[in-house]
Ligand binder design. Structure first.
Ligand code: PEP
Ligand code: MN
Length: 299
């Protein structure tokens, strides 16, 4: 008797198991894909990213000087940011453009972090920079131009350091998730996805911020999704409205370029917002999070 009772459910569950297995095999990004309802929460020195709290990452495009970075860090923290951004190694279109302060910039970033308690994020462009940057910053940023730099993805995969991977300006969602898969398959589970705008026929703006990506990636992957409305629009007057839209669409955080003197920025001046605007923006995000059952992280 007990054998007949157990036989039937076994048969049914085998069927279910088979169909689940089939779905898994069909996803080329096995580790990045979402299974059931899981979502990953990254712990960056006690700051949680991907949970209920929205994380605001803000700072200049480039680290320019101690005075510049320190004043922005203090003001951004006061405005409500929890992560300080700032490029020390810059991927510039032209070789004669400001390329960043390099190691000196990394040291300033660490100094600003120690003074304010802000976590930090900075771009890594080359596998040879990984070891150095890991010592000075809390989160690696892989830029849009390097999303398919496989040597870099593999090198970052060998660390266990948090990394924000930006979507390439021509990349499909599948290519984006496969790039994340390179890092995950190396053994580094600490990956953030970042939508930063794509190239379209819209020539009036620098890029087109693809907010479809937010709910799509949240459904398809368990990884947190961050939105960069600065590069996504290229215009400072569009950063606030698109930040609001990104959070309403389900983003877990924002990466924003701001400056105490935006017009004097060494790079990306057109899209740098003032600290006043950053303050306003975070206040508005606070209102939106109330409607979607979330809050803004603060330190
Ligand atoms: C940046 O964040 O300053 C940057 C260069 O970003 P992206 O790779 O998105 O162009
Ligand atoms: Mn920039």
């Amino acid at each position: 008797m007990p054998t007949t009772i157990t036989k039937q459910p076994t048969k049914i569950s085998t069927k279910v198991k088979f169909s689940q297995k089939k779905i898994k095999i069909n996803k080329p990004y096995k580790l990045a894909s979402k299974k059931n309802d899981e979502h990953t929460v990254l712990d960056v020195k006690g700051l949680l990213i991907g949970g209920k709290e929205i994380v605001i990452m803000a700072g200049p495009c480039s680290i320019e000087s101690e005075k510049q970075l320190m004043s922005i860090a203090i003001a951004a923290k006061e405005a409500g940011a929890t992560v300080l951004r700032g490029g020390a190694y810059k991927p510039r279109t032209g070789p004669y453009d400001f390329q960043g302060l390099g190691l000196e910039g990394l040291k300033l970033l660490q100094k600003a972090s120690r003074a304010t308690g802000l976590r930090t994020i900075t771009e890594v462009m080359d596998p040879r920079q990984v070891e150095e940057i890991e010592q000075y910053a809390d989160i690696f940023q892989i830029g849009a131009r390097n999303m398919q730099n496989y040597a870099l993805l593999r090198e970052i995969g060998q660390t266990r350091h948090p990394v924000l991977l930006k979507r390439g300006m021509h990349a499909t969602y599948k290519e984006f998730l496969l790039a994340a898969e390179y890092i995950l398959s190396g053994g580094n589970p600490n990956v953030l996805l970042c939508e930063r705008g794509i190239r379209t026929h819209i020539s009036e703006l620098r890029f087109t911020l693809d907010l479809n990506a937010v709910p799509y990636l949240k459904k398809e992957s368990h990884l947190p999704v961050i939105v960069d409305p600065s590069h996504g629009t290229g215009r400072r007057d569009l950063v606030r409205p698109m930040s609001r839209a990104a959070i309403a669409a389900g983003a877990d955080g924002l990466l924003i370029e701001c400056h105490t003197n935006p017009d004097k920025s060494f790079s990306d001046a057109d899209q740098a917002i003032t600290i006043e605007t950053l303050k306003k923006l975070i206040r508005e995000i606070n209102t939106i999070t109330g409607a979607i059952g979330r809050t803004v992280a603060f330190i």
